[in-house]
Design a binder for this molecule. Structure first.
Ligand code: MLT
Length: 401
């Protein structure tokens, strides 16, 4: 009989958010009248803004006539979107990124997983703990499960990871952070870039929540740090920035100065490897999604998405204040849509998840699902309506702890 990839047997039995969803569904099935407020998976709830919707309608119409029809697009993404990204997300911040360093994809999650194709299985990996589970799972699938160093992010270090001790080749950083909602200052991120330079490592920088940054000392891009173009890949997503979780579009920046080595010692351009990979395995994000994403960068689009982001940040503020008002320790929620809450009295993450679900009908994500340092925490998301956020805080505040 054919053999399957053994690495899959090393994965945890279910993907975290599928498991959370399964438990909520089981509860709802047993308690059909329960009015559950879902603050578990970080999925947006506000509709896509008018400028983007109009642009996507126009793109649909383009597909209806021979003169404007688009079939397969470029695997790297349409030039109009790459130009808009280079100009708005980078040049406006004083960062020179060339358009052929930008690859449009169908969302950061796919690119983050797929980039594993580029790296030898012998590489050592470092991730923060707690961590977005995709980094760990995809490295386990790619035979690097035994060489992952976990960098604890706990209250004692203000959720800022110490530099690694095992000299990793690949370092995953996600800032603003999922799940803790915390950030790194420019000085802190500079230490990581210097570490990668000194150790010949690559940083895979997940910047999916960049749009939520409000603090002035928090960098919006890793390329704000000198030298980062030689050591870092940056992943961005329109999912949380503009409500594209269902539409699917994001991008990955791979500077041409970022180089690794083949096992024979010869030098490899990571940009060229990714381009080669994408040409073989990807036919580009949809034209309609890319036209929608382009509209985010119009003045009207910027104004509209800004309004939605402020709406979610207000929810985050309400959650933060609500939880700290209950005497709970809280992190995150200032430059991010996630609030990281310490469970009371040594309650485990899953126990507190059950308690909130059963006694308040509020669903959260148990911190332990993000790694062992997440035990004793839960994550709440601000991606809900204002009304539900206020109602959730009200229900939680009546909980006897
Ligand atoms: C989350 O809840 O952490 C997000 O939905 C994850 C994701 O964007 O895939």
């Amino acid at each position: 009989m054919f053999k399957v990839n053994d690495n899959f047997s090393a994965l945890s039995s279910g993907y975290l958010f599928s498991e959370v969803g399964r438990r909520i569904s089981a509860y709802v099935q047993a308690n059909p009248s329960a009015d559950i407020i879902r603050m578990g998976i970080g999925d947006v709830t506000r509709p896509i803004c008018g400028s983007v919707i109009e642009a996507m309608h126009r793109a649909v119409d383009d597909e209806a006539s021979c003169a404007t029809f688009h079939g397969y697009g470029p695997e790297q993404g349409y030039q109009f979107l790459r130009d808009a990204i280079a100009a708005n997300d980078y040049a406006k911040r004083g960062i020179a990124i060339e358009t052929d360093e930008i690859f449009i994809g169908d969302g950061a999650k796919s690119d983050i997983g797929n980039i594993c194709d580029l790296f030898a299985s012998s590489n050592r990996v470092a991730v923060t703990d707690p961590v977005y589970p995709v980094y760990v799972d995809t490295n386990i699938m790619s035979s690097r499960g035994h060489s992952i160093e976990y960098l604890p992010c706990v209250a004692a270090n203000s959720f800022v990871p110490e530099l690694p001790v095992c000299s990793p080749d690949i370092i995953y950083l996600c800032y603003p952070n999922n799940p803790t909602g915390t950030t790194l200052t420019k000085d802190q991120l500079t230490e990581w870039v210097r570490y990668a330079q000194d150790h010949g490592a690559i940083i895979l920088f997940d910047s999916a929540y960049e749009a939520f940054i409000t603090s002035p000392d928090v960098p919006h891009s890793i390329y704000e740090i000198d030298g980062a173009k030689e050591v870092a890949v940056e992943f961005r997503s329109f999912s949380k920035t503009a409500g594209f979780t269902g539409v699917r579009c994001g991008y990955t920046v791979i500077p041409k100065s970022l180089r690794g080595r083949f096992s024979d010692g010869s030098v490899a351009s990571v940009n060229m490897l990714w381009n080669r990979r994408q040409c073989t395995k990807f036919n580009g994000a949809s034209y309609i999604a890319q036209r929608g994403a382009e509209a985010i960068y119009t003045p009207q689009g910027q104004q509209e998405i800004g309004q939605t982001i402020r709406y979610y940040l207000e929810n985050a503020r309400i959650l933060r204040n609500g939880m700290s008002g209950m005497g709970l320790e809280v992190a995150g929620g200032v430059d991010a849509p996630y609030i990281w809450v310490k469970t009371p009295k040594g309650c485990s993450s899953w126990q507190f998840f059950d308690k909130l679900l059963e006694e308040c009908h509020v669903a959260c994500t148990p911190g332990a699902g993000f790694g062992s340092s997440g035990e004793g925490y839960i994550r709440l998301t601000a991606f809900n309506t204002l009304e539900n956020t206020v109602a959730a805080v009200d229900r939680l505040s009546r909980l006897s702890l």
